[in-house]
Design a protein around this ligand. Structure first.
Ligand SMILES: Nc1ncnc2c1ncn2[C@@H]1O[C@H](COP(=O)(O)OP(=O)(O)OP(=O)(O)O)[C@@H](O)[C@H]1O
Ligand SMILES: [Mg+2]
Length: 241
């Protein structure tokens, strides 16, 4: 089924065969002021190409959440350049950043952040509330993404009636609903048992095969190994894993 929701603009046009990277970080630093100052992210260069499935792996305190917040436009670098779909985001005000975040980034968190009293379908539809599209279109899109994550039969369930793996798949459907340029996942299997975790990782493989751009941040080598490309973060610095 197709819907009329606005599509993310293509990263390049027919005259330009080299697509723009989805993410381009150039010499990005993020320090937290204090005594002593904490250099949480130091001199990070990172490109994520359209359709790539990247993992960023590192131990506790290495700077993963700080980097995720920068990538997700939830925080600003202390210095350096961030281009998202070719657009320099440094100069944007908060309203423009949150608009861009809503349109371009799908978030998946360790704790699923679903609304307990609302059905699976409502949870997905609510993510599109601020898009200027009619309810019927939002509903059709929600049905479509729930089908994509294998939860068509659970539309009218409350999240409390679902397994952890199913809840995370609802969260993934919600993240996909707005057709993001980048799916950003923070320890997506951290609260799941082995079987549910592998279901979520299998779904990421399918989404990757369908062309989605994914960045998964994790401390878990087993999770990071599933990605097409791996980078390690250690004391705020990136290196190939
Ligand atoms: N708001 C803050 N103020 C000061 N220091 C901070 C702040 N947030 C994080 N830090 C410090 O920055 C460094 C990186 O933290 P970050 O939370 O990014 O690590 P992480 O890799 O996500 O760790 P974990 O796996 O434990 O979640 C740590 O030394 C941390 O103490
Ligand atoms: Mg963290």
């Amino acid at each position: 089924m197709t819907t009329d929701l606005p599509l993310v603009p293509p990263a390049s046009d027919a005259n330009d065969p080299a697509p723009l990277p989805v993410v381009e970080l150039i010499d990005v630093h993020r320090s937290y002021p204090g005594t002593p100052e904490v250099l949480a992210v130091r001199g990070v260069d990172l490109r994520i190409e359209p359709g790539e499935y990247l993992s960023i792996v590192g131990p506790s305190g290495s700077g993963k959440s700080t980097l995720l917040h920068l990538l997700g436009l939830l925080d600003r670098p202390t210095s350096g350049v961030y281009r998202l779909d070719g657009q320099d985001v440094a100069e944007l005000g908060e309203a423009a950043r949150s608009g861009l975040r809503g349109r371009r980034i799908g978030f998946v968190f360790q704790t699923f952040h679903l609304i307990g009293g609302r059905t699976v379908l409502d949870n997905v539809m609510l993510s599109m509330l601020y898009q200027a599209v009619p309810r019927a279109v939002r509903k059709a899109r929600a049905v479509e993404v729930l089908e994509q994550v294998g939860l068509s039969g659970r539309q009218h369930f409350l999240p409390t009636k679902l397994s952890g793996g199913e809840r995370q798949r609802v969260a993934i459907a919600r993240a996909l609903a707005g057709r993001p340029s980048l799916l950003l996942a923070d320890e997506p299997t951290g609260n799941l048992d082995h079987q549910n975790a592998s279901g979520v990782l299998d779904l990421f493989d399918t989404l990757h095969a369908d062309g989605l751009t994914l960045a998964v941040i994790t401390h878990d080598d087993q999770v990071s190994r599933r990605a097409e490309r791996r980078v390690r973060i250690s004391d705020g610095e990136l290196s190939p894993a």
